[in-house]
Design a protein around this ligand. Structure first.
Ligand code: PGA
Length: 244
């Protein structure tokens, strides 16, 4: 069985001091134990903290990822970060097409697919995010919206095991509203069937210690992508140890 990925998306949070405190607290919790072989913990900090995160969390067997990369390998793109530098700095994953980037940076699915190809070409595993808005869900369009995002956001060429999908209903992100277990299962089963079971599918949207176990127990859930509850070592640890 493939390990379930427990990913922390730190967004634009966590100072350098917070990173050190987090690592110390987590190390203390792990002093007498180690992570289950059935999970793969991952932290995605801000770009500037990636190098420090690799140093601090590598010894704890936590993988590191970026939160975005540019679609071009290199070039005159002031302010952007390349997939190759992310990889060189020690990241193994990169979140792409998060709904916050789709909303605030106006990223299209076509752009996400280009970024995913560049990430793969540079040895990074893209975590490609999809998810419907509340309006779309209420209009009964959740599946068709997700299907269209999947059709356009996935690159054409990839090797099995290189891509991760994250299903994050936009209305559940940072709102405290989690999709019901039935809704999570239904959408994950749908995505799994549509993508022929080729990818781990993470659920994201208000995952917390109280609901992680139930969500991770769903067969078609390949892990979780956690924002708010991943910022404190205590709750991250509880989520990471919710699946044995
Ligand atoms: P949340 O964020 O856990 O704070 O809802 C999840 C995400 O945006 O990836």
């Amino acid at each position: 069985m493939k390990p379930k990925i427990i990913a922390g998306n730190w967004k634009m949070y966590q100072s350098q001091a917070d990173l050190s405190d987090f690592a110390k607290a987590l190390e203390a919790k792990l002093a007498s134990s180690s992570f289950s072989k059935n999970i793969l913990p991952l932290i995605c900090p801000q770009f500037i903290s990636i190098s420090k995160a690799v140093d601090l969390f590598g010894p704890l067997n936590i993988a590191i990822g970026g939160q975005d990369c540019h679609e071009k390998i290199s070039g005159a793109y002031t302010g952007n970060v390349s997939a190759s530098l992310l990889k060189e700095t020690g990241a193994d994953y990169v979140i792409l097409g998060h709904s916050e980037r789709r909303q605030y940076q106006k990223e299209s699915s076509e752009l996400v697919a280009k970024k995913a190809k560049t990430a793969l070409d540079n040895g990074l595993k893209p975590i490609i995010c999809v998810g419907e808005s509340l309006e779309e869900r209420e209009a009964g369009r959740a599946e068709s919206v997700v299907a269209a995002q999947l059709d356009l956001s996935l690159p054409n060429d990839f090797a099995e095991g290189d891509i991760v999908i994250a299903y994050e209903p936009v209305w559940a992100i940072g709102t405290g509203k989690t999709a019901s277990i039935e809704d999570v299962k239904a959408m994950h089963d749908y995505i799994k069937q549509k993508t022929k079971g080729q990818f781990p599918i993470l659920y994201g949207g208000s995952v917390k210690p109280e609901n992680a176990k139930e969500i991770l127990a769903i067969d078609s859930v390949g892990g979780v992508l956690v924002g708010g509850a991943s910022l404190k070592a205590d709750s991250f640890y509880e989520i990471v140890t919710a699946y044995k």
